[in-house]
Design a protein around this ligand. Structure first.
Ligand code: 1PR
Length: 525
């Protein structure tokens, strides 16, 4: 029996599912005394620092947690829970942490690396721990903008460090109290094995060989599932050519979302993305099948799940208002780690560019404040607009090696909404940089011209947008071979590459992509 401290701040479903998958029963903390009485307590980390501390305070959990840690009873903290052990964080100035460890958690300083750190990175172990018996350098999933370091007096807590521009504390352990900055429940087989050792409560200690090398973050390979209801009313994975998903009038059916997601997880995908492509029409809170897809997927898939489509405020037929935060929260509760916003991000960016003011009311701002920037992805659906010279438009242009139909040497990337159906007076750089300013944590950069063409990613677009933001960029659209992934990581600084068609049609296995990358010196999991 494992006790879970669910303070209702995000996706705790994954931790719950991971524990269940490992054959244990989960009991929730209902009152402060449960914290003291639990045999083994898991303290998951979701939400921003301030939100976590506020919830713990509200429920009267702070004192018993400190008491439990001081009494050396079993605790496993994850992500923000590690940070909560410290006195405070730059993320939420003035909010007191549990203060078991000295010092403040600070934002990554790295200037040439994207923040948040989102992805798979390794560990350097600094002490023996039964949890890492037979650890062979596997990578774990990190997602955070703030990182901890230990003061001299707390060095006896140091379990592991990781490098991301600088060396930070990725694990602490003293006696029966352990905390990780990474998410074991999102770290595939390697993460589940650590969790299993913790739950079993036994395992041999390992001898640490101290030949430390800097850990390296892997480039992520993401499998994307465009989901919609077909004309028979079944929820199917579909795939378009330049966003047209119909073939002879019928919506293409490439499989069932839950089954495909599981297959990609087992084949080594680093992340799974679901896009509810008709979400702009249907209201997701009434779209129970999509929530059910998430719930069922998260029972068997232990890598990050992103869901997009239809995230916006909405008034239903009974006149009940929902904020975009309500919609996103429902997705998080159902097993999503990140949400992705498409159309609504365009409208928000347009408003922001017009007024230069942050209202605090946009979906991006609301969700990012509560769940953290790393939980908010912006899905960009641009298409090329050719011009003869940059003076012809007020938009950000590039000089392109792929000339237009009339030999034009310049183009800009026009953002679209409603699944590419409507072009806006907004370019991809404007959208990405406005959304970053409003608190988005990642850009999912599609390209309508390339989507479904198997002709390779649009390097020019990726470099254009990547150079305008300091948050991670996922390259998407056009992958047709393993070589295209090698090319995108060699020619751009994208942190991740996403594909749909080649995986659905089983043209290129994920393992082949990873192998090609490794052979070309690109770090992979
Ligand atoms: O606008 O917030 O409701 O979100 C709707 C979401 O649905 C957006 O993220 C948008 O990208 C997506 N979407 C809408 N219509 C389509 C469509 O295809 N008709 N999906 C669509 C297009 C492209 C990627 C695709 C890559 C890789 N998204 O999903 O997976 O292009 O494809 P490939 O490897 O086969 O080339 P909102």
């Amino acid at each position: 029996m494992i006790t879970l401290l669910d303070y209702g701040a995000g996706n705790v479903r994954s931790v719950r599912n991971a524990i269940k998958k490992l054959g244990y029963t989960v009991q929730d903390v209902r009152s402060p005394s449960d914290i003291l009485q639990a045999e083994r307590l898991i303290f998951p980390g979701v939400g921003s620092y301030g939100l976590v501390m506020e919830r713990l305070q509200r429920d009267g959990f702070i004192e018993p947690l400190i008491e439990r840690i001081r009494a050396n009873k079993h605790v496993l903290g994850i992500c923000v829970a590690l940070q909560a052990l410290f006195e405070g964080s730059e993320e939420s100035p003035g909010v007191a942490g549990l203060s078991v460890l000295k010092g403040q958690v600070k934002r990554f300083r790295a200037s040439d690396l994207s923040v948040p750190q989102i992805g798979w990175n390794g560990l350097n172990l600094h002490k023996e721990s039964p949890l890492f018996a037979r650890y062979h350098g596997e990578k774990f999933y990190f997602v955070h903008s703030y990182r901890a370091t230990l003061q001299d007096e707390d060095q006896d807590w140091l379990l592991s460090t990781t490098d991301y521009g600088e060396e930070f504390v990725s694990g602490v352990e003293k006696g029966n109290v352990t905390a990780f900055q990474f998410h074991p429940e999102k770290s595939g087989v390697a993460g589940l094995s650590i969790l299993e050792k913790y739950l079993q409560g036994n395992g041999d200690s390992v001898t640490i060989h101290s030949h430390h090398q800097k850990t390296r973050m892997a480039k992520r390979i993401i499998a994307c599932l465009d989901v919609r209801t077909n004309d028979n009313g079944d929820l199917v994975v579909t795939k378009g050519d330049q966003y047209d998903v119909r073939d002879k009038g019928e919506v293409r059916n490439l499989g069932k979302p839950v089954d495909l997601a599981r297959r990609y997880y087992e084949e080594g995908a680093d992340e799974i993305t679901f896009l509810n492509i008709t979400g702009f029409r249907d209201f997701p809170m009434e779209d129970q099948p999509m929530l059910e897809v998430l719930r069922r997927t998260s029972e068997n898939v232990f890598v990050p799940l992103t869901i997009g489509g239809g995230i916006r405020e909405f008034t239903d037929s009974n006149g009940k208002d929902y904020t975009s935060l309500d919609v996103a929260s429902e997705y998080f509760r159902s097993g999503a780690d990140k949400i992705s916003i498409g159309s609504d991000a365009c409208y928000t960016a347009e408003e922001y560019l017009k007024t230069g003011k942050k209202t605090g009311k946009s979906s991006i701002e609301q969700i990012s404040i509560v769940y953290g920037a790393q939980a908010v992805v912006i899905s960009v659906d641009p298409r090329r607009v050719y011009v003869k010279s940059p003076e012809e438009t007020t938009h950000n242009t590039i000089r392109t090696v792929i000339p237009g139909p009339e030999g034009e040497e310049y183009c800009w990337y026009q953002c679209t909404v409603k699944g590419g159906r409507e072009g806006r007076d907004l370019d991809a750089v404007q959208l990405a940089s406005s959304c970053e300013a409003l608190g988005a944590g990642e850009i999912l950069l599609n390209c309508i011209d390339k989507d479904g063409t198997n002709s390779g990613f649009d390097m020019e677009l990726i470099n254009h947008v990547k150079s305008a933001v300091s948050i991670p960029v996922i390259a998407s659209s056009g992958a047709g071979s393993a070589a295209h992934f090698v090319e995108v990581f060699q020619k751009t600084d994208a942190e991740a590459a996403l594909a749909a068609g080649i995986f659905h049609r089983e043209e290129v296995p994920i393992a082949e992509v990873k192998q090609a990358l490794a052979e070309n010196g690109v770090e992979v999991r």
